[in-house]
Write a protein that binds this ligand. Structure first.
Ligand code: MG
Length: 158
């Protein structure tokens, strides 16, 4: 089975930018109820989609005080536990981060290793792509960040 995920967060000066559990050096970061890890949020939705388990908002409502500033790494681990309990396992993850700046190239490998660790996948089964929006729209103006992702899962007993 496959699933897609999408997430967008506003960017503001003075906020932290955390992607895939890795803090990125940046003047601007995500505005969020949780830690604003837009990459993990998108991946969580892809996993939930593939497993037919709804979306991130159903599992971690942003109206719930327990999830204020909550670690997205912990959220992902919880979702991975649900997956394992259903007899499912991840095959691979692919994601596209659309961000004008900073450049993610120096961080991509670290992000891959971290996501592979969180999701119990070999590193080569996690692919992270980064692109800019060529200066266009709210992403181009540095007002927001978007992540699209996709994953495949399979039954453990296949
Ligand atoms: Mg989000």
């Amino acid at each position: 089975m496959v699933g897609i995920g999408y997430d967008m967060h506003r960017l503001e000066i003075g906020e932290k930018l955390i992607l895939g559990g890795i803090e990125i050096e940046s003047e601007i970061g995500t505005v969020a109820h949780s830690d604003g890890d837009v990459l993990l949020h998108s991946i969580i939705d892809a996993i939930l989609g593939a497993a037919g388990m709804g979306d991130i908002g159903e599992h971690f409502p942003d109206t719930d005080i327990r999830y204020k500033g909550y670690s997205s790494v912990e959220m992902t681990k919880k979702i991975m536990n649900l997956l394992v309990n259903k007899g499912l396992k991840l095959v691979n993850i692919d994601a596209v981060v659309v961000l004008e700046k900073p450049k993610l190239l120096p961080y991509k490998n670290m992000i891959k290793i971290k996501i592979a660790e969180i999701c119990n996948l070999p590193k080569e089964r996690v692919n992270i792509k980064a692109t800019t929006n060529e200066g266009l729209s709210y992403i181009g103006r540095g007002e927001g960040i978007v992540v699209h992702s996709i994953c495949q899962i399979e039954n453990v007993r296949n």
